[in-house]
Design a binder for this molecule. Sequence first.
Ligand code: SF4
Ligand code: SF4
Length: 473
Amino acid sequence: MYDVKSLKAEEFISDEEIMATLAYADANKDNVEVIDAILAKAREQKGLTHREASVLLACDIPEKIQEMYDLAKKIKEDYYGNRIVMFAPLYLSNYCVNGCVYCPYHLKNKHIARKKLTQEEVAKEVIALQDMGHKRLAIEAGEDPINNPIEYILDCIKTIYSIKHKNGAIRRVNVNIAATTVENYRKLHDAGIGTYILFQETYNKKSYEELHPTGPKHDYAYHTEAMDRAMEGGIDDVGLGVLFGLELYRYEFAGLLMHAEHLEAVHGVGPHTISVPRLKRADDIDPDTFDNGIDDDTFAKICALIRIAVPYTGMIISTRESKAVREKVLPLGVSQISGASKTSVGGYAEPEVEEEVTSAQFDVSDNRTLDEVVNWLMKMDYIPSFCTACYREGRTGDRFMTLCKNMQILNCCHPNALMTLKEYLEDYASPETKEIGMKLIEKELENIPNPKVKKTATEYIHNIAEGKRDFRF
Ligand code: SF4
Ligand code: SF4
């Protein structure tokens, strides 16, 4: 029985409700009256239910799809402006006891190089990341109670926050580790993490159990209920995601939105972010063996509809996607991207040589340097942002959501983007990137509507040129 407020996975992600949703979507996908009514509601920019959004996803009418894209762009601009937040993943350890059939870190893969960073190696990675200009990381580790216990993760977080190399600092550590206990989530919260991210992989229980045949991750309910435990442990910013390509995308899409509705209904706070990874080639993994892959157009439509359905939730895209795909989905709602990522353990300080035994989780499709990514974004009139202000200012959970839902967060995002970009340009940019960036900042300062904020931001930016750092709204 479907119950959005239930704490049982099979009730808040009810298979019956998803099947009924897909049937409803099929029945209405050509019904222009229904579609127009849903689009009219979407234009209020307060989001859509999983049923409404699923109808739009099923709809194939070209003019209606164009309306969806136009609306996604508008919502993106109204809520987030033109800033794009930058981050990098940091792989700590690829030891893993699970048997996920789509991931090269699965226990039975004997030809992948297993690595776990020591604290000295973590420090080296962090210095390499700081020297590129990164301020925000997402740490990743396989599930292994012997090799990667929570104490190891906590030590790594402490090390990461402690390193201050030249003007560098990692100011926000998001954490992507296996589902764990309330007690461990509390420890992560106390360690000062930003967002706790856990991909559901697939919401379809039967597929989930087949794709995770062995290891603790096999337990669908424990995994699916993880965000409730994280919130109970005091983490109020959580990040959802599915691995598109594992199950039928329409099923996943409905499940993802139901999960968001559940968090909102139970905790009063929806997901802070949604990630949209697609299955990629990797050691021991051939994406062609999964026959639910989605093409680039469908992928773009999913991104646009997530933007429309949950306007207040940040959307993340990684270097799994190529430059071309990223270009296509950036205007449709993506608000955060990774840059210059290494998906191998220790890959920043000592990049792995191709053809050697690799420890990477997946092949990266966008191999550009951070400077190239920053340059590319600015040429498209986006402001690359290294902002980490919210959680450091205590703007998390419902405080953040209220500002976001009232479209006030832009008053912070925009000047913060300019100030952190200025830091990047001063400390790390190539001469060409710096020149483009300085002009962009000058132009964008004029777009700050509040005269007081404009004056303060201008002063801060001047101070950054003088060598001061870490200003924020
Ligand atoms: S997806 Fe995560 S849990 Fe599964 S094998 Fe890979 S690292 Fe381990
Ligand atoms: S102000 Fe907050 S929401 Fe905006 S970019 Fe910075 S951390 Fe993100």
